[in-house]
Design a protein around this ligand. Structure first.
Ligand code: SME
Length: 189
């Protein structure tokens, strides 16, 4: 099997099965590779192809990727910076606390947004996006240097957008949180 085959998802599988394949392929690709740019880039590709192999609403995903903690920001004023993704060009930096991504990062909690127009402060990088899910990637304090909060550090977020309302549900949340856990332990942040 060559690397590109990891992006082949059979049609007719359930969302759970597609996510299971994403995690299995990701684990294989991360073997012997801890560089976060490399691993997030391949994960964005896996997610993109998985969503587009599924029936609606998942195949209406128009953005799938990552923002990472901006190393040039300070602990007093942390911000996210655009990481690897699939989809259209997006906002470059987002302050913690701003928009869906910044809220997930500041609260260290998943934001499942059925209708972005109902989310105060949603940042419309792409006017086509109607729903969104953002999942924080949290590394144990013991794995990072200088984390003052004592409950782990948000090093990045997974962001997925969809062009229809209610594009995501608890199944997406469960599997993306599993993926976040895998990424947290599989990369050098
Ligand atoms: N909508 C996001 C901004 C990032 S883009 O969707 C890629 C937000 O409100 O944080």
């Amino acid at each position: 099997m060559n690397h590109a085959d990891a992006s082949n998802f059979a049609s007719g599988v359930t969302k759970e099965e597609a996510y299971e394949q994403v995690l299995m392929q990701a684990e294989g690709l991360f073997y012997g590779q801890r560089n976060w740019v490399c691993n997030l880039a391949n994960t964005a590709s896996l997610l993109w192809h998985a969503y587009h192999s599924l029936p609606p609403p998942s195949n209406a995903v128009n953005w799938a990727g990552f923002y990472v903690l901006d190393p040039s920001s300070t602990p007093e004023k942390p911000q996210l910076i655009l990481g690897p993704f699939q989809g259209k060009v997006a906002c470059q930096t987002i302050a913690f606390g701003r928009g869906v991504c910044g809220t997930a990062a500041a609260e260290a909690r998943t934001q499942l947004v059925p209708d972005v127009d109902a989310f105060p402060g949603h940042i419309a990088c792409d006017g086509d996006s109607r729903s969104e899910i953002v999942v924080p990637i949290i590394v144990d304090e013991s794995d990072t240097e200088g984390d003052a909060k004592g409950k782990g550090k948000v090093v990045a977020i997974i962001d997925v957008d969809c062009t229809v309302v209610d594009g995501f549900d608890e199944v997406d949340q469960l599997w993306l949180e599993r993926l976040a856990g895998l990424l947290a332990k599989s990369c050098d942040w």
